[in-house]
Design a protein. Structure first.
Length: 195
């Protein structure tokens, strides 16, 4: 079992040449800019500001590594922010591609999607990439607390088919406000780390 309270910021890389090949077990977190990756990581680690929340969407242009017990949690740069230059988008895409192609021991990818609206084209590119490459992944639906019960039920009815028929047990609604869904995310991560 991972002791999630034992988390430390390890390092950040902004270029592919800095990315070392490594055999440490990794859990990667991916999602659009501003989807709530830092909020989820901070909840997981039970810390307020370990994962830095950017005040400007699209600003996290580095891959951030956190050591948690003997496992590494990897915060991948957010994708899909419209105001970012094409050059920056290309660099980020290359950074992500390099991360996934350096023979790392990636046990699970946690893909964050905003529950309030259908997955974007970028979200679906990520889902299809993970399926194609056979990476185990779950989808965490963030910002659940922003919906009332009727809106929530309506979104949950649509989301599985919107995600290409993803099984319901791979879809976890999450609230950074009250931590709903957090225990389920921890349970799944622990299962994949044990394998």
């Amino acid at each position: 079992m991972i002791n999630f309270n034992k988390a430390d910021f390890e390092t950040a890389f902004g270029t592919t040449s800095q990315l070392p090949v490594d055999s440490t077990v990794e859990i990667a977190f991916a999602g659009r800019s501003n989807v709530g990756k830092s909020s989820l990581l901070n909840k997981l680690f039970n810390r307020k500001n370990l994962a830095r929340v950017s005040s400007v969407p699209g600003k996290t242009a580095t891959i951030n590594f956190y050591k948690v017990d003997k496992v590494r949690f990897v915060d991948l740069p957010g994708y899909g922010y419209a105001k970012v230059s094409k050059g920056d988008k290309r660099r980020w895409a290359f950074l992500l591609e390099t991360y996934f192609n350096t023979g790392r021991d990636i046990r699970l990818v946690v893909l964050l999607v905003d529950i309030r609206r259908p997955p974007t084209e970028d979200d679906m590119l990520m889902v299809n990439f993970l399926k194609e490459k056979n990476y185990p992944f779950i989808v965490v639906l963030t910002k659940k607390d922003k919906l009332n019960k009727t809106e929530f039920n309506s979104r949950m009815e649509s989301v599985s088919s919107e995600l290409g028929g993803l099984e319901n047990e791979k879809i976890i609604p999450f609230s950074a406000m009250n931590g709903e869904g957090l225990d389920e995310v921890k349970r799944i991560i622990n299962n994949f780390v044990k394998e």
